[in-house]
Write a protein that binds this ligand. Structure first.
Ligand SMILES: [Zn+2]
Length: 86
């Protein structure tokens, strides 16, 4: 019977592949009438509302899901994981 154990690997001899590095260029979408951030756009194409139906898309333009106001792009940045956006 063979037992596989990590301790058999010489330290330093085995370099695990780094996790796939993701890079997200994001910017905020802020509603002027509400004065709140409605969501974020990731990599110019993924619209991620901060609450369900927070963003409506009408003819490709993002509108506030709450009041229908036009969303303006606000803060922007680059994140390397989802959790650090915003
Ligand atoms: Zn609004």
């Amino acid at each position: 019977m063979s037992v596989m154990t990590m301790s058999a690997v010489t330290p330093g001899a085995f370099a695990p592949a780094p996790p796939p590095r993701i890079r997200i260029d994001w910017f905020e979408l802020t509603c002027l009438p509400c004065g709140e951030v409605a969501g974020y756009v990731e990599n110019q194409r993924i619209v991620r509302p901060v609450f369900p139906r927070g963003i409506r898309l009408e003819r490709g333009r993002p509108l506030c899901g709450r009041c229908g106001g036009l969303l303006l792009s606000g803060e922007r940045g680059v994140a390397f994981s989802r959790g650090t956006i915003g």
